[in-house]
Ligand binder design. Structure first.
Ligand code: NAP
Ligand code: MG
Length: 506
């Protein structure tokens, strides 16, 4: 594909109150392709706090009418968005490959998740269930309903540049909130295409607002604006902690989906064909840049050698390259900065005494050098205390760790600060259910790798992975609604609850 020159590249504006607008300061930034960093994918508004204020103004203005719009009517627009996205799926997927590097099949999957989420949340427009419950008094009705909260601030990462925004924005919209969306600086074009779908589906002006720019100039001002009632952020634990801390001071609702250090456990009775396929997909899918990526493989000593030999051979055979080539298995990582960060773990692993068995290099020869390509890398004989067994690497590096028993596997799997996705390969139903019970993570897989969540189930993690919220599934609604409890007394007299009714009433 010919590189676009900067002069010819369209400048994409913010979308505020139904209008495309330049950043008030007039500054721009470029999004480039990780397969060739000289290729400019687009030029975007480098916004400032003033732009954020304008977007929150628009969202606050649109809120009362959107809140009053019946939920099934709001949901109709989401269904339209789903159908539109189906027609644009290939275009969006190709753009995603160019902008963030994941291979084309996975990019299609990313867009498909947003389509699925839009359909699922469209159905939610005719549910949004509250509950009724008996009153303790006669002739009195008690119920609790959900209400929207107002303006929601959405802050997203680059690794699922369409799916993750959809997990937040669609449930927030169907619940009756209005949105200010700040996407990752590495993937503004993907985010913009998703917003365009919602605009074309007919969302009224101001219901969704889109502001591009940095975490400090756009993200934090969005968190700080007193009219923004909820922040939903997916990103690193470091950034999540900073945002959650500020939201705590400001008494805002905040949901964080953060890092992971996910593991596959392989027992002595595991089906090794399944394990090897799963470990490859979990470790190197999306070049390891999934919050659920398999970055540890904990193997029973009886199968350790066999696993390692087969896994090494399969890893060496993976094809690395531009994700637009359908025969490529592993694309680039998202940026040169991320490449350096990922690669630094090769030295860290070696210094800590792990054995490098495959890969370990940045691919910088010829055309590959223009991109951000890192060899799929396997360390063996990794001990639980090593940094490569504890820290999120977010790239194509995985750590293979021997254990003596099922109990030790569970202990090692649980032995990090994170708790997003853990997996157990075994044929033994008793062990499988014990693992489901004892693994400390928001997601558990049996006989499948740590990646591959479906949108109709809750998604999120325990410990440092999050702050107790779950995205997707029916639980997504919880982030974006508040409960209102309602008592209707039709007795025609003053009835007093919470007192001793036997002595004082009737
Ligand atoms: P990141 O650097 O933490 O950034 C996430 C988002 O926060 C970006 O939009 C970023 O803006 C913004 N941001 C950065 N600093 C901010 C600040 N001080 N105030 C407000 N916003 C700020 O994460 P990333 O590198 O994009 O994504 C990778 C991380 O996301 C990994 O740790 C991964 O595990 C995690 N992740 C978690 C899940 C999950 O569901 N658990 C899913 C996917 C990814 P800029 O882009 O402008 O810096
Ligand atoms: Mg990029």
């Amino acid at each position: 594909m010919a590189a676009k020159t900067l002069e010819k590249t369209e400048v994409h504006g913010n979308y505020i109150g139904g209008k495309l607008q330049k950043a008030k300061g007039g500054e721009t930034f470029v999004s480039t392709s990780p397969a060739n960093v000289d290729e400019v994918v687009g030029q975007f508004a480098a916004s400032t706090p003033e732009d954020v204020t304008a977007a929150v103004d628009a969202a606050a203005k649109a809120y009362p009418e959107w809140k009053k719009t019946p939920a099934p009517e709001r949901a109709e627009l989401l269904l339209k968005a789903a159908l539109l996205m189906e027609t644009r799926k290939e275009e969006m997927a190709q753009t995603m490959v160019r902008e963030m590097g994941k291979v084309i099949k996975e990019a299609r999957g990313d867009v498909q998740e947003a389509i699925d989420m839009a359909k699922y949340m469209a159905g939610e427009g005719r549910r949004l269930f509250g509950h009724t419950t008996p009153s303790e008094l006669r002739n009195k009705f008690a119920m609790a309903i959900r209400q929207p909260m107002g303006v929601v601030g959405v802050i997203t990462p680059w690794n699922f540049p369409v799916a993750i925004p959809s997990w937040k924005i669609l449930p927030a919209l169907v619940s009756g909130n209005t949105i200010v969306f700040k996407p990752a600086t590495d993937t503004p074009l993907c985010a913009q295409m998703f917003v365009q779908v919602l605009i074309d589906a007919g969302l009224p002006p101001g219901v969704i607002n889109f502001v591009t720019g940095s975490g400090s100039k756009v993200g934090m001002p969005l968190v700080e604006d007193p009219r923004v009632r909820v922040i939903s952020v997916t990103g690193s634990t470091q950034v999540g902690r900073q945002i959650a801390g500020r939201c705590g001071e400001l008494m805002k609702k905040i949901s964080c989906e953060l890092g992971g250090k996910n593991a596959i456990c392989v027992m002595d009775d595991a089906d090794m064909d399944l394990v090897v396929e799963g470990a490859l997909w979990g470790s190197f899918g999306t070049a390891g840049q999934r919050c659920t990526a398999t970055s540890r493989i904990i193997v029973h000593k009886k199968r350790y050698k066999e696993f390692l030999e087969r896994f090494e051979a399969r890893t060496k055979a993976l094809k690395i390259g531009n994700g637009l080539d359908p025969s490529v298995d592993v694309g680039p990582v998202v940026s040169k900065a991320q490449l350096e960060s990922v690669h630094s773990y090769v030295d860290i692993g070696k210094k800590d005494g792990a054995k490098l068995v495959v890969g370990g290099n940045i691919l910088d020869d010829g055309a590959m050098g223009k991109g951000c390509f890192h060899e799929p890398t396997v360390f063996a004989d990794v001990k639980p205390g090593m940094r490569i067994a504890q820290e999120e690497i977010f790239g194509p590096i995985t750590a293979v760790m021997p254990v003596e028993s099922f109990e030790e596997a569970i202990q090692v799997a649980n032995g990090t600060d994170y708790g997003l996705s853990l997996s157990m390969y075994t044929q033994d139903v008793n062990r499988a259910f014990t693992a489901i019970e004892e693994l400390e993570s928001g997601i558990v897989y049996i006989n499948a790798p740590t990646i591959g969540a479906e949108i109709q189930l809750p998604f999120g993690g325990v410990k440092q992975t999050g702050n107790g919220h779950r995205e997707a599934g029916i639980t997504a609604i919880e982030q974006f609604t508040e409960w209102k409890s309602i008592y209707v007394d039709y007795s025609g007299k003053l009835q007093k609850a919470q007192i001793d009714t036997h002595n004082n009433q009737q």
